[in-house]
Ligand binder design. Structure first.
Ligand code: N01
Length: 550
């Protein structure tokens, strides 16, 4: 990557050094940080700086370069829509882009809007403390720099704190191990190697076929069996590229109107109102079309268990028909949650990969890992000799990226203490006691339940409008209240309870993948379009639920 930054690790001062006061400091230079920078610096004319831990822009896509990595949103919807010119000049090559193409796109955006001059790379934020007398945030970095800023905006992503499970003996492993979310940029050569992959979420399911293609042997360690629908990735035709450009506006309107921010509408029928034959035909068509839109086959798949059962049975039958060994098929199809109650993966030849002679599946529910040995992984059923272990074990989602910074608000209260029973905030945007701190795609917002760029643009634009409003009226502080948070948390819980989502007990949406993490349903499942209306209403009613002061 060729990022010309205003500063790099080499240039970053190692001593304690006070930098000039900023209007706004943004943490993170992924999709959200870049757009927030553009809005605050160029639209509002603020003094803004972005601090980014990586050596380049891209956030998720900078770090997640594991084999098989591909975006699950379709490329023409996985991009900014704030600029008609940008939409017209960029062309995607495939239905689902790989990290290098997404990074090319983001670098194009950053270069086009001259964003890199305001980004400081190789700079990890370590502390974020509110000074209530001066009404500013003091930000400290691992390199010892300090910044003072009026507004602090976290653009740290929802899935950026890698979760490497604490398995006894990992330190003793004689081979190499990697987490998919911190993948070496130079890549990993699996040829001739015995590889163990732990985790069968979206990442493990994407990585499995690609690793199996070059490794001598691959053992997949499955704790929770998962559904998956073929992605059906293809190069985009010239005709489709033309369609996207000619219909950019209506595609954007559709993404803004739907629950998940994707460019497809959800069928209005119930899965239970059609005949079994029709239902089967509709599922077959959706399977052939591929991708996340399998969820859109019927309107009630996420709210009615009986409707969902029809989809899950269809998908389990697909597994049984693809995987030739009945014992392996049974383990893969032994799925304990409703379809899409966990984030549904999409794949390229995942189940087919278990028909290869160099691939084995270990069911960790039946035979849990006991420890890691110098030569491999020991389960209760015996040892698996390995040269490489790949942890596709996910993330400390949503709260992890915020809590790993030492965030302290009014009175020195830490965010970790404020959230000891789980995240509490208002609209996913602000926490009482932490004035002028905005969390883009924070817990309590649709975020990961939505096509991310759509959720990000809405948050960035709301925050920008809010700061513009404050400046226009000479206001310098915005803070939500405990009461507003209580009401919002109740709304998130109400919306979750109206769906099947909480029924997946082993879900990172609930924090269940991290031992000791409070079980709280984190993203807002009331739908992106509805959430947008709520946020617009709050702003129109003079920022109801916030107090603004000079
Ligand atoms: O992580 P996950 P992911 N021992 O948490 C298992 C997004 N994403 O990186 O289910 C054994 O979903 C864990 O088991 P269990 C997307 O939103 C997007 O795959 O907790 N196993 C599970 O099987 C996605 O949902 C794209 O029982 C352990 C797996 O590891 C999110 O990122 C691509 C374990 C983790 O699955 C996270 O996906 C990829 C242990 N100690 C990902 N700990 C796009 O294309 C965990 N596991 C946009």
């Amino acid at each position: 990557m060729s990022n010309a930054s205003i500063s790099s690790a080499a240039a970053a001062p190692q001593s304690d050094q006070q930098s000039p006061t900023l209007d706004a400091l943004i943490v993170g230079a992924g999709f959200s940080g870049l757009y927030q920078l553009l809005c605050l610096r160029d639209k509002l004319g603020l003094e803004v700086r972005v601090l980014e831990a990586g050596a380049g822009i891209g956030g998720t896509w900078y770090w997640n370069r594991y084999p098989g990595a591909r975006c699950d949103s379709e490329s023409h919807s996985y991009c900014y829509s704030f600029s008609e010119e940008l939409m017209q000049e960029w062309e995607w090559s495939e239905r689902y882009p790989e990290p290098p193409e997404i990074l090319r796109y983001l670098n194009h955006v950053a270069d086009r809007f001259q964003l890199k001059r305001s980004i400081q790379f190789n700079t990890r934020v370590k502390s974020v403390h509110y000074d209530q007398h001066a009404n500013v945030w003091q930000v400290g970095t691992e390199g010892g720099e300090r910044f003072t800023t009026r507004f602090l905006i976290t653009a740290v992503g929802c899935l950026s704190a890698a979760n490497v499970p604490k398995i006894a003996g990992l330190d003793s492993f004689a081979g190499r191990w990697y987490h998919t979310g911190e993948w070496p940029h130079e890549g990993v050569d699996f040829s001739g190697k015995r590889v163990g992959l732990i985790g069968t979420g979206s990442t493990g399911i994407q990585a499995t076929p690609v690793i199996a293609a070059t490794a001598a042997h691959l053992t997949v360690f499955q704790r929770t069996a998962n559904y998956s629908v073929p992605a059906r990735n293809v190069p985009l035709t010239e005709e489709f590229k033309r369609y996207v450009k000619q219909n950019a506006k209506s595609i954007r309107q559709l993404m803004h109107a739907t629950t998940n921010g994707h460019p497809f509408a959800i069928d209005e029928r119930s899965a239970l109102q059609v005949t079994p034959e029709e239902r089967q035909a509709l599922y077959e068509a959706a399977w052939e079309r591929g991708g996340l839109q399998f969820r859109a086959t019927f309107q009630d798949l996420l709210v009615s268990k009986a409707a969902n059962d029809t989809a899950s049975e269809f998908l389990k039958n697909k597994i049984r028909s693809i995987v030739k060994d009945p014992a392996t098929a049974a383990k893969l199809a032994d799925i304990d949650h409703p379809y899409a109650a966990k984030r549904p993966p999409i794949d390229t030849d995942y189940f087919e990969t278990f028909n290869r002679s160099n691939v084995a599946l270990v069911d960790l529910r039946a035979t849990p890992i006991e420890r890691i040995m110098p030569h491999g992984i020991r389960t209760t059923a015996g040892d698996h000799a390995l040269d490489i272990i790949v942890f596709a074990t996910g993330f400390d989602a949503m709260t992890g990226p915020l809590l790993r910074m030492d965030v302290r608000g009014r009175g020195g209260v830490s965010l970790a203490d404020a959230w000891s029973a789980g995240p509490r905030n208002y609209l996913g945007l602000q926490v009482a006691g932490f004035p002028n701190l905005f969390t883009i795609t924070g817990p309590g917002s649709p975020s990961v339940l939505c096509n991310m760029p759509v959720a990000i643009e809405q948050h960035v634009e709301w925050i920008t409008d809010c700061i513009a409003h404050m400046r226009k009226h000479g206001l310098t502080r915005i803070e939500t209240s405990a009461e507003a948070m209580d009401k919002w948390v109740a709304e998130v819980n109400r919306a979750a309870a109206a769906t099947l989502l909480p029924q997946a007990k082993h879900s990172w949406y609930l924090g269940a993948n991290i031992p000791g993490k409070p079980r709280v349903f984190m993203p807002y499942p009331g739908g992106m379009a509805h959430y947008r209306t709520i946020c617009d209403g709050v702003a129109a009613r003079n920022y109801e639920g916030f107090s603004l002061s000079a």
